[in-house]
Ligand binder design. Structure first.
Ligand code: TMP
Length: 211
């Protein structure tokens, strides 16, 4: 059986990833493709427990390296328990955030030594690389406003201040520019239908499906 495809969705707060991931799942399933949707941090039972440590509570409760370690611990569980078995089974995996979020948030946002993140990545993730990464981009102000409208809870990062969010937006733009083969930049400022069309166009073109 052919291995499933691994698609990750990345971007700052309030960029509309959750809506788009659900639409993409429906579009792929309509083509007879088996799909699971998952997220990071989270996606496995242990990963979800780690998630709640990361997304709730005091803004400065963790050192940046601790955040990176917690995310990579959750990621290892996620890969072993869910992502790799699904891909081997021929199922496509749509993942709301993956390793680029650690580089953008802990690396660019918190200013962590990026070489340490790359070393952690080699240790934990090794050669598992997404077939496609969709990077949702929008101005920080617009994203934070939309994220705020979603309501309270899981908002530890939303509270981190405008400059932090500007740095991580720049981080995602740098990643997209450095790895154009893997990454497609999606203008997330349009309405839901326009963004869905841009997503479908990238997936169709790059992964050779007709959405
Ligand atoms: P979200 O999935 O609802 O956007 O929430 C997850 C939060 O965790 C989000 O603010 C980004 C942050 N995050 C990191 O800081 N590092 C990571 O490696 C990951 C996966 C997420």
């Amino acid at each position: 059986m052919a291995r499933g495809r691994f698609i990750t969705l990345e971007g700052g707060e309030g960029a509309g990833k959750s809506t788009q991931i659900a639409l993409l799942k429906t579009a792929l399933e309509a083509k007879g493709i088996a799909v699971i949707v998952t997220r990071e941090p989270g996606g496995s039972q242990g990963g979800e427990e780690i998630r709640s440590l990361l997304v709730n509570g005091e803004t400065h409760r963790w050192e940046p390296l601790t955040e990176a370690l917690l995310n990579y611990a959750a990621r290892y569980e996620h890969l072993q328990k869910l992502i790799l078995p699904a891909l081997e089974n021929g199922t496509w995996v749509l993942c709301d955030r993956f390793a680029d979020s650690t580089m953008a948030y802990q690396g660019y946002g918190h200013g962590m030594d990026r070489e340490i993140i790359r070393r952690l990545h080699r240790l934990v993730v090794d050669t598992v690389t997404p077939d496609l990464t969709l990077i949702f981009d929008m101005p920080v102000e617009q994203g934070l406003k939309r994220a705020g409208l979603r309501g309270a809870g899981e908002d530890r990062y939303e509270r981190m201040g405008r400059e932090f969010h500007e740095r991580l937006r720049q981080g995602f733009l740098d990643i997209a520019q450095k790895e154009p083969e893997r990454c497609a930049l999606i203008d997330a400022t349009g309405d839901i239908g326009a963004v869905a069309m841009a997503v479908a166009a990238e997936v169709s073109h790059r992964l050779k499906v007709d959405l």
